[in-house]
Ligand binder design. Structure first.
Ligand SMILES: [Cu+2]
Length: 512
């Protein structure tokens, strides 16, 4: 690892790269044969029971340090509301939400209400923070339909670290249309927040991305579920609703069961889809949610089934689309996307007394009309050589220079610069064009959107509902339609690979 990292730093700062670009770099990396995960031990099942986050009690939300007890080891983490995960906020649509963030950290923080449509000054833009020791009052009406939303910090260049250290929680909205469906509820409605961490060697939460990690994202070796590494849950042999959030900073997951059993996708980022869709796996990128119904009736009493992220290969970008050459060969970290990892085990312990019925229709999605779109915007997602100033690199560099940076339309984030101006009330078509060969989960603040098409083929189950985050694979173009008719002000569009975000892969847009 250290050798790899040192080699990369030399290459990136030396003249060879500047002279010949990425093709030279790629051939160097290919010849170094760094494509395996031989040094990485994947976290296995721990025998720890799944924990459920506490329920928010309506009070202030503190941000501060806490001690977690994991496998008889005390781990220092950062928490919101005193807990990892943070308390689940559960409110009905139409409710007025109000909570004060009290920052007990020694650094600034704030809260982004991921997926919720809130006023711009409540949205957790990095300019709107609670300083160390300070506070920030959040107040907004809950406008969005029933769904599984979430909250996490969004401070400038520090979103990944704070989220990794434990600051994240769910914000569940309920409404009458969803309640009328009679989906599994109470103990049969279970949130699963998935976050991978580098845990096997250190048994602590250490967020220390190398430059290579900034390129790919800080990929871990162990999946934590609701803050517990590879836990188990005892279930009955009936239907469960799982609200799954990929809360990792960077790892794309292909969720499925080890025995290949089918399950139903019922919802995405912005609540339920029109009709349940039967699948045996589903891709979920950082920031995205999927709601699934799982019927354990095919598993014998006292049997069990392992839930995993399955192995997969990312599509490759066409070489012509990467001006600095493919980067697939220069992934210096031994940590890889697409590696199979256990998530949690379900032990079937009891006979259910409930009827298991998968509803055929769920809640209708009102489709936005492309004929009403007044503008098409393109967002080119790239990695290019950029100069940076001394001390500003998120990778700990202290001297300035040139390095590869993740950009949108050739730009790095600037706090005050308005990159796109949008007319209030407008319906628009946005095209996310991935010019590189890393996956970019693209997240839009301030509205929910609908996915229209993928250049690589048909839409998947998680593309079919209301969305705030969409996976854009290497070489792929994804078209979405959005409408900006709730609030005016400054919002963000960014990659939800949080290392990419902190590296500057983010733009401001103003609705006016
Ligand atoms: Cu990205």
């Amino acid at each position: 690892m250290n050798t790899n990292r040192r080699t990369f730093l030399q290459l990136a700062s030396g003249s060879a790269l500047a002279l010949t670009g990425g093709n030279f770099l790629q051939s160097c990396m290919n010849s170094m044969n760094m494509g395996d995960m031989s040094d990485v031990v994947i976290g296995s099942e721990t025998g720890l029971s799944l924990r459920l986050p506490p329920v928010w009690n309506g009070g202030a939300i503190s941000a501060g340090s806490v001690n977690l007890d994991v496998q008889n080891t005390t781990i220092q983490a950062w928490a919101m509301g005193g807990s990892v995960l943070a308390p689940t906020i559960r409110l009905r649509k139409g409710t007025a939400f109000s909570a004060q963030l009290q920052n007990q950290l020694s650094t600034e923080t704030n809260i982004h209400w991921h997926g919720l449509t809130v006023p711009a000054n409540m949205d957790g833009h990095p300019k709107d923070v609670a300083q160390a020791g300070g506070s920030f009052a959040y107040n907004f009406p809950v406008l969005d339909r029933a769904g599984t939303y979430w909250y996490h910090p969004h401070p400038h260049k520090n979103t990944a670290r704070q989220t990794y250290m434990g600051m994240a929680g769910l914000f569940i909205v309920e409404d009458p249309a969803e309640a009328a469906l009679g989906l599994p509820s109470d103990e049969f409605d279970v949130p699963l927040v998935l976050q991978d961490k580098r845990f096997q060697q250190v048994k602590r939460f250490v967020y220390a991305p190398s430059m290579a990690d900034v390129m790919t994202g800080f990929l871990g070796d162990t999946v934590f579920v609701n803050g517990v590494p590879v836990p188990y849950l005892d279930v009955e042999n009936g239907a469960y609703r799982f609200r799954i959030l990929n809360g990792a900073t960077a790892r794309v997951m292909k969720l499925g069961f080890e025995n290949g059993m089918a399950f139903h996708v019922i919802g995405t980022d912005g609540g339920l889809i029109d009709a349940a869709e039967r699948v045996t796996s589903v891709m979920l990128s950082p920031g995205e949610r999927v709601e699934i119904l799982v019927d354990f009736s095919s598993v014998a009493i006292n049997g069990s089934v392992l839930f995993k992220t399955l192995d997969f290969t990312l599509p490759a970008a066409p070489a012509s689309s990467t001006p600095h050459g493919s980067t697939s060969g220069m992934t210096m970290s031994n940590y890889k996307q697409g590696v199979a990892m256990p998530i949690m085990r379900f032990n079937v312990k009891r006979q259910t007394s409930r009827q298991t019925a998968i509803p055929t229709t769920l809640t209708p999605i009102t489709r936005l009309n492309t004929a009403e779109a007044t503008k098409t915007r393109t967002f080119a997602l790239n990695m290019e050589m950029m100069s940076f100033e001394g001390g500003t690199s998120p990778h700990g560099s202290t001297s300035g220079g040139e390095m590869m940076r993740h950009t949108i339309n050739g730009k790095l984030f600037a706090m005050e610069r308005v990159d796109e101006k949008i007319a209030f009330g407008a319906t628009e078509l946005w095209e996310f064009q991935n010019k590189g060969d890393e996956p970019h989960p693209m997240h839009v603040h301030g509205t929910q959107f609908q996915v229209l098409s993928r250049s690589s083929g048909t839409l998947t189950a998680v593309d079919k509902g209301w969305k705030d985050t969409v996976l854009v694979n290497p070489g792929e173009t994804v078209h979405v339609i959005l409408r900006f008719d709730k609030y005016r002000g400054l919002y963000l569009v960014h990659c939800h690979n949080l290392e990419h975000e902190d590296d500057g892969m983010m733009l401001n847009f103003e609705v006016a």
